[in-house]
Design a protein around this ligand. Sequence first.
Ligand code: B12
Ligand code: SF4
Length: 474
Amino acid sequence: MIDIILINPPYEKVSKGFECVDHLSNQSPSLGLLHLAAQLQKDNFKVNIIESDLEKLSPQAVAEKVIKTNPRFIGITLFTVGVDNGVKIAQLVKKELPQIKVLVGGPHISSMGYETMKRFPSFDLAVLNEGELVVSKILNNYLQNETQTNINGVIFRENNELITTSPSKEQIELDELPIPAWDLLKDFPNKYPLAVFDYPKGPVATFSASRGCPFKCEFCDTSTFGTKIRYYSPSKVFQIMQNLQKDYGIQHLQFVDDLFVANKKRIQELCDLIIQNDFKMTWSCTARVDTINLEILKKMKQAGCWEISYGLESGSNQMLQHMKKATTVEQAKQAIVWTHQVGIRSKGLFMLGYPHEDTQTIQQTKEFIKELPLTTMNLSKFTPYPGSPIYRRLYGTSIRDEDWERMNGMNFVYKPDNISMEKLDYEYKEILLTFYKRGIILRHYLSVGLKNPNHFLRLFKFLLCGLIAKWKNR
Ligand code: B12
Ligand code: SF4
């Protein structure tokens, strides 16, 4: 019998009418749920995971699956964009299984746990921040009809009241965590590719080799892991890489740390281990433009680093200052040139529509993008996520839930003072078109696709799906 089902609820990944883009998009599973599942299994609980989007399940279908299995608990991971569907699942399940306990956690809960619990009575208990150290204790308390007051860092219901316990002071030793339970995922790794053209050769996996980020970019939600960065040791990371290759045939690993290159010495040690053991796996990671130098980049290239994502955000120094990014356009240029020079691909992450954005700052961003030898880019529509300092600056602590379902970086939910929505929408498309029309970018896609035709197959499926949709709507 299954004790707990962990659920990643469905959420809008692409705008309505563009579902075919699923064939191209990132299909990574929730690492948070995989970590929790591993811990629960270690503590002798029987666990299932539902990756709703990847299994193409609506909230109703997820609920039906849960009801059929009839577990004692469900645990839902919540980004802001997934809250509405998470609530739907909990309500539908509770209608049929009123005794079930619903646990929630994830970035939305770490930043807005109390407000969310207050609004949605179908959630029984919220875990603020990391879950591994407390989740089994919580289940045991429920199973023994005990109160949860002895667990730090949770909010729960008792006698129709919400009780918040003191923040947890316990520190997780990352090296001691069990390895994420990838074995629980149906068809892992083949059903979980990264975005098309974003890896050289699959199968792929994701892993976070650290937690937390010491920087304070104003738009960033760091509420789950905080500003004190903690690391897996280089030898443990290397061991996990080896296991992923041995057990699942992984060829490419994407490190999803907030800031993978935070400590150069540590990255150097990891690279040395990879090089000395002649271990063959490509990987991609995140860095800031001010945490790398030519020397570390060369070492990373030698150790298999394929792509680095940099949060470049804007081509305007004024905007970077407004965002409290603590980097400059000049540093960004240097970092991208160095990365290009050593032969690592660079992905620029940009944001459009931050407070103070206007036509002039957009023009600066366009010129900046044109000048850089970037291999790829990502442009998100600025979204004030709860948990980010900008959310508090714009809205205080008041809860603004009307836009939660649209908070995925693909909708403008905020309008800067000096530019219209129409102009922002226009410029959004313009920036992407200008970037992707360049010959160098097309050559990059061609070269990745020729080395691994699977990318072209995904592109073909996307086009076919688009044609069928068009034909149906005739
Ligand atoms: C990898 C990643 C992705 C991946 C994979 C997402 C996934 N399903 O996990 C992809 C690329 C798909 C992705 C997409 C998006 N992401 Co993202 N992503 C991340 C990133 C960089 C790391 C997440 C991670 O793996 N962490 C490691 C694991 C171990 O931590 P965790 O998942 O938080 O889980 C722990 C706790 O939260 C808790 N917990 C979590 N769930 C539960 C459930 C229960 C029951 C319990 C008890 C505990 C618990 O315990 C876990 C173990 O300690 C984070 C940054 C961050 N620091 O969180 C952003 C982040 C989560 N993403 C964010 C956003 C906004 C998005 C998008 C909505 C938009 C966008 N611009 O990318 C999309 C849409 C999501 C989607 N599925 O389509 C925001 C979320 C903000 C918010 N309040 O919603 C973050 C925080 C980035 C940021 N700093 O602003 N993302
Ligand atoms: S944007 Fe990157 S560097 Fe800035 S706080 Fe977030 S994770 Fe850290």
